[in-house]
Design a binder for this molecule. Structure first.
Ligand SMILES: Cc1cc2nc3c(=O)[nH]c(=O)nc-3n(C[C@H](O)[C@H](O)[C@H](O)COP(=O)(O)OP(=O)(O)OC[C@H]3O[C@@H](n4cnc5c(N)ncnc54)[C@H](O)[C@@H]3O)c2cc1C
Length: 503
């Protein structure tokens, strides 16, 4: 890319892709498919005229087929249960997409080896699923499918205003001081976070920036790197996330003393979804089923479910409910507990997969980070660094993380898709310093309005199951006071069933 286009791109970035207004005649038209969870309100409104079709009974009804809902389902796989997922596909924020035999992530795309002091229930669950084994040489739970480990030398590359860097945080004396400040917390930064010692809970009450500034002077480039990493994993910058969340990010594994495996199959964390689904009776999993309302009637619950494909309403009489959908809509679905989650704040994310039909002539790095320009653009993952079944297509998966106040703008995604895609292609062209636009055969775009609960000040250690209104309805998912991480989602599903079994 020449310097002129570079300057144009940077100035566009100031306003961000959601508010740009470009001349649509100016760019190539891409073949784009869109998945968006922003049209659910419309479906709910429309469904008031749908007929009631079937009435069913079940012991357990699970709302949501993301990691947490499926984790719950696995704990009760031999009991009478039904799982309802509103989307056509399972996975939620760990879903996937496919094109011509190539599969790729449309959300969460990796996890890392687990220390032995992590939660035993979840470790055992992953071991029973055949996902992990204990490596006694290194003292970590590592991944069985080792072909999906990403070699350190191709792990990441970062583009900054001053060119490429190997790491987001520059290696210098400040970084040494930063790590020295955080390293005493290493043995305490467990997953799930509910296991973290109470003596550290006060770190949940201040921001990560405040915590750091008590001991360190942070120059702008270093602060920018920290902000980028917080946004990448937590959906908000260091000033907003708690010190506990920030410390946890750097100290949740012995990164600086052991070789911690990075696991990233081509379909990303859908790998874990698949592992769980394969152990469940297929007929109990209902996709394209949106849970519209839950009412307590006598000792049971009456659950209205929109059967999206049949444009009808099914009614389920359920004895127990596991609510593993995002909680922002709970105030409509089950009003008595809606207020419990009123302080949750979610970062919207936009994911764009670019399927390329020709080889881009460049080295490939797994994670390609952007520490310049558009503050919402989090870079892209390149599948050329992953082991795939077929190697027909190269796929770049680009990520944008927006502020919660920008969610409304995502409503117009269909009208703006071509512009947004063209702008993202331009960013990737700049990264490779070559024009890739003619190689883009297909584009998939996924909009998640309530993708990631932000672990802001006061968010953690506030399990709503302790104050729920009904003993027989429990809450799972990362947005019940947990960090937005796979291990937390799995554990929340397991704990939900333990909680119900106590009733
Ligand atoms: C862009 C992005 C990248 C991420 N990357 C990583 C990563 O690499 N590694 C990692 O560990 N974590 C990552 N995360 C965090 C990720 O969110 C968690 O790891 C995990 O997938 C969360 O699972 P969950 O089941 O709690 O929630 P969700 O995935 O949000 O699942 C909730 C499900 O409930 C469904 N649902 C909601 N309401 C209803 C209803 N009324 N009726 C029926 N169904 C309903 C939704 O459609 C959804 O499928 C990422 C998150 C995002 C947004």
């Amino acid at each position: 890319m020449n310097r002129r286009s570079f300057i144009k791109l940077s100035s566009l970035s100031l306003t961000g892709i959601l508010t740009q207004s470009c001349d649509p005649t100016n760019f190539k038209t891409y073949d784009i498919s869109i998945r968006s969870d922003m049209s659910i309100g419309h479906l709910l409104f429309e469904s008031t005229s749908f007929p009631t079709r079937n009435i069913f009974s079940t012991d357990y009804l699970i709302v949501g087929g993301g990691i947490a809902g499926l984790s719950s389902a696995c704990q009760i796989r031999n009991r009478d249960f039904v799982l309802c997922e509103l989307s056509e596909n399972l996975g939620g924020s760990s879903s996937r997409q496919a094109y011509a035999g190539e599969i790729f992530s449309q959300g969460a795309h990796y996890d890392l080896a687990y220390p032995e002091y992590y939660g035993q229930e979840t470790l055992r669950f992953l071991k029973d699923l055949g996902v992990i084994f204990y490596d006694s040489h290194i003292g970590l739970w590592d991944f069985v499918d080792s072909q999906y480990l990403i070699p350190t030398q191709v792990e990441s590359r970062t583009l900054t205003e001053n060119g490429f860097k190997e790491q987001v945080l520059p290696s210098n004396n400040l970084k040494n001081d930063f790590l020295k400040l955080l390293s005493p917390y290493l043995p305490e930064m467990k997953l799930p976070t509910r296991l973290i010692n109470k003596k550290l809970w006060s770190l949940n009450e201040i921001s990560f920036t405040t915590f750091l500034q008590k001991s360190l002077a942070l120059p702008s480039d270093f602060k920018r790197g920290i902000d980028y990493q917080m946004k990448d994993d937590y959906g908000a910058e260091a000033q907003k996330v708690s010190a506990l969340a920030g410390i946890h990010y750097y100290m949740c594994r012995p990164y600086y003393t052991k070789d911690v495996s990075l696991f990233s199959p081509p379909e990303g964390n859908y790998y874990f979804i698949n592992k769980m689904v394969n152990t469940l009776p297929k007929e109990n999993i209902k996709t394209s089923h949106l849970v519209r309302s839950i009412k307590k009637i006598g000792e049971a619950f009456e659950v209205q479910v929109i059967n999206i494909k049949q444009r009808a309403v099914d009614v389920y009489r359920a004895k127990k409910i596991i609510y593993a959908g995002q909680k922002h809509a709970l105030k409509y679905v089950f009003p008595p507990d809606g207020y419990l989650f009123k302080d949750n704040e979610y970062a919207p994310w936009l994911i764009i997969n670019f399927v390329l039909n020709d080889k881009v002539k460049s080295d490939s790095f797994w994670q390609n980070e952007f520490l310049m320009g558009d503050p919402h653009f989090m870079g892209f993952v390149d599948n050329a660094s992953q082991i795939r079944i077929k190697e027909n297509y190269r796929v770049f998966t680009a990520y944008y993380c927006f502020d919660s106040t920008q969610r409304i703008l995502l409503n117009s995604i269909t009208d703006r898709a071509q512009e947004i895609v063209a702008d993202t292609v331009e960013k990737i062209c700049m990264y490779f310093n070559q024009d890739i636009s003619s190689q883009v055969e297909k584009v998939f775009l996924k909009v998640m309005g309530h993708a990631m609960p932000i672990p802001k000040i006061g968010y953690l250690f506030n399990d709503k199951n302790l104050v729920r209104s009904e003993p027989n309805i429990v809450y799972a998912g990362v947005d019940n006071s947990r960090l937005p991480l796979l291990f937390e989602a799995l554990d929340s599903g397991i704990q939900a069933i333990i909680e119900l079994d106590l009733v």
